[in-house]
Every structure is written in structure tokens, then in C-alpha cells.
Design a binder for this molecule. Structure first.
Ligand code: PHE
Length: 356
């Protein structure tokens, strides 16, 4: 290799080594191998040489070109690798840092209670049924053995809607979830095992009553169902729901037109402290009974072959008792401060109390 080629090689290698980023590297590359680069210029001059000289010089230039191409490419790879290293260092993140607090939505206590009930009764083999808020008076009353002029119709403080439905029946806002018993029995053959959570309406408004509130209904229809099944089912449910294994539960004879016999269910508590359990006092919590044979017959079920039990309870009431909430009204006020206090983490699963 002639001196000038050796020099070009040495100078290019030095310039490449001095280029610390891709931009400087590219300037070196263009300066040597580009259209007007030093090596390109030497190659262009070959034509002016005599044939013998040209062959020798050409071979040397080709060797040099291969060597420089290799050096340029190697430097590029080294620079790219260094840049990637630097970026990885810059953009490193500490995955052990705690996350920034982010505001999350909360589950309303009524929704939470419904979820808990669905989980507890679901574990006992119950499905979920639903019906419309706007009912007709046959499903809300008549089919449930509450004939016109029956005093129970007044007790319920019904909201009547103007006009009649397609079947000529008076439209009402349902006063309880019991009409969904009727809908379920008309829609599916027994055996039946459902709960019915939903909104209910009564013309009643004070500190402990809201014109709109929520109930959950239960209905079991099968062969040979007895009062023992009703009691066992409700005792298990109440103990699981309130999370008190030995919660005292009392069944007290009562009256509903659609069950016979009927029973109101009380749980033990302490009237002074409000604490649930064996405080020596009783608190009424739900209504229940064996489905009246007339109701079964009204819904096309033969009462000689099938029996069942039903129950209904207020969701707000059991929610207030479970969580020690003193006032009914905030349930419907959408006050974010109340919800922050009483709302539930949407990611916290509903845990079943042991024994269910
Ligand atoms: N529907 C009744 C009420 O609203 C509760 C109930 C349901 C009672 C089912 C017995 C059986 O008060």
C-alpha cells in the first residue's frame, strides 16, 4: 500500500474512533466513501493512469475500500449499541416504587348487599329472576291472593298509574318484589329456586321510609318442601349475611295473604347499643311463609304435587343494620362524602362466611 493510502486508512480509522455519535460517524463516512469522498476521488483518478499502474493501484484501492467499508460498518454497530445502552439506562424505571394514588369509583352499599345476597343464595343453588318496576294489579295483588278491596291493598300505599295495560289491567308501580314470584311460576315449570332483587315503591316518605326502596324476594318450589326447609335456609342466610355464626333467629307467626302459614323472622340484637347478636332483644327483619295453595293454582302449579316457601326483605334495612348506618335518606342523595365513607372497593371480592 502506498503512503497516501496508508495515511487515508489511518486518518479514517482515527476519525471513526473520534466520532462519538451517529451524526459524526455519518460525516466521516460521507467524507471518505461518499460521492465526493476522498476514496471515491482516488478511484475516479484511476482512469488517468497507464494500464500497468492502474491495475496495481486499482487492486490496492479495492482492498482499501473493503477495509474502510468494514471499519465504517463496525463503528456504526458499536455506536448503535452504545446508544441503546444509554437509552436503557435513561429510561430505566423502578418497578418497586409505590403507585400514585388514583381515585377509584366505589360500589354503593345497596349494590354490595345485592351482590352478597346473590353470592350466599347462589351457593345454596338459587338463581336470580327479575321483573319490571311497572306491574299490573293482577300480578302485584290478585294472583297473590290479595283481591280487590282487601285491606292489604291500602296497607301498601300503592302508586297507581293512569290507564290500563294491553290485558285491560290497572298499572301500578310494584309495591313489593312478590309479583316476580307470579312471573317466575308462570314462566318456568317447577322445581324453582330463585331470588329476586329489585326496586319497589310505596307512597310513604319520612325519616325511615322512602317512596322507592329495594327488596329481595326468595321463592322455592319443589316436591315435599316443608317449613323446616324455610327455617334452615333463612337461618343459614342470616348468619352468613351478618357474619355471626350463632346469631339468634326467631320465627314468629304472622299473616300475609300469599303465604300460609306465614312467619315473620326476628334476629337477636341489643336495643341499646344496636349491636347484633345475643343482646336479649329481638328485631324484625323479614317476612316469609309457605306459598299459599291458591297462589300456586293461580300460577298454573298443582298444589297437591308441589309446595314451596317464599320470603321477602328490605335491602336498605339489612344494609343499615349490618353496617351501623343510622339514616335511610343518604342512600339516595348521591353525596360523594357518604359514599366515600360507606362505599365498597370494587376490587374486593364478596367473601362467603364459612358454614355456607
Ligand atoms: N311481600 C312481602 C312484603 O313486602 C314480604 C313477603 C314476601 C312475605 C314473601 C312473605 C313471603 O312485605
Amino acid at each position: 500500500m502506498t503512503d497516501d493510502l496508508s495515511r487515508l486508512k489511518a486518518e479514517t480509522e482515527a476519525a471513526l474512533a473520534a466520532a462519538t455519535d451517529l451524526r459524526a460517524w455519518d460525516a466521516v463516512r460521507v467524507g471518505v466513501l461518499g460521492k465526493n469522498g476522498r476514496l471515491t476521488g482516488l478511484l475516479k483518478e484511476l482512469g488517468k493512469l497507464a494500464p500497468d499502474e492502474r491495475r496495481e493501484r486499482g487492486a490496492a484501492l479495492n482492498l482499501l475500500r473493503d477495509a474502510l467499508n468494514g471499519a465504517v460498518e463496525a463503528r456504526k454497530q458499536a455506536l448503535e449499541a452504545a446508544e441503546m445502552e444509554a437509552r436503557l439506562g435513561r429510561e430505566r424505571m423502578d418497578v418497586t416504587l409505590p403507585p400514585r394514588p388514583r381515585p377509584t369509583g366505589l360500589i354503593h352499599p345497596i349494590s354490595r348487599t345485592m351482590e352478597e345476597m346473590a353470592a350466599i343464595f347462589g351457593a345454596m343453588g338459587f338463581g336470580i329472576a327479575e321483573g319490571p318496576d311497572v306491574e299490573d294489579d293482577w300480578r302485584n295483588f290478585g294472583a297473590l291472593n290479595i283481591p280487590a278491596h282487601h285491606p292489604a291493598r291500602q296497607d301498601m300505599d300503592t302508586f297507581y298509574l293512569p290507564g290500563t295495560d294491553d290485558e285491560g289491567r290497572q298499572r301500578v308501580l310494584r309495591t313489593h318484589t312478590s309479583p316476580v314470584q307470579v312471573r317466575t311460576m308462570l314462566n318456568q315449570p317447577p322445581p324453582i329456586r330463585v331470588i329476586v332483587p329489585g326496586r319497589t315503591y310505596r307512597a310513604d316518605h319520612d325519616a325511615t321510609h322512602s317512596p322507592m326502596f329495594h327488596q329481595v324476594e326468595g321463592l322455592v318450589i319443589d316436591r315435599d318442601i316443608t317449613l323446616g326447609h324455610l327455617k334452615g335456609c333463612l337461618i343459614d342466610f342470616l348468619r352468613a349475611f351478618f357474619g355471626i355464626t350463632n346469631l339468634p333467629v326467631r320465627f314468629r307467626s304472622s299473616y300475609f295473604p300469599f303465604t300460609e302459614p306465614s312467619m315473620e323472622v326476628d334476629i337477636g340484637w341489643n336495643r341499646k347499643t344496636g349491636e347484633l347478636g345475643g343482646g336479649g332483644d329481638w328485631l324484625e327483619i323479614l317476612g316469609s311463609g309457605m306459598v299459599h295453595p291458591k297462589v300456586l293454582a293461580n300460577c298454573g302449579i298443582d298444589p297437591r304435587e308441589w309446595q314451596g316457601f317464599a320470603f321477602g326483605m328490605g335491602i336498605e334495612r339489612v344494609t343499615m343494620l349490618k353496617h351501623g348506618m343510622p339514616d335511610l335518606r343518604p342512600f339516595y342523595e348521591s353525596d360523594i362524602r357518604w359514599l366515600r365513607h360507606y362505599g365498597f372497593n370494587p376490587l374486593a371480592p364478596v367473601m362467603l362466611h364459612e358454614g355456607v
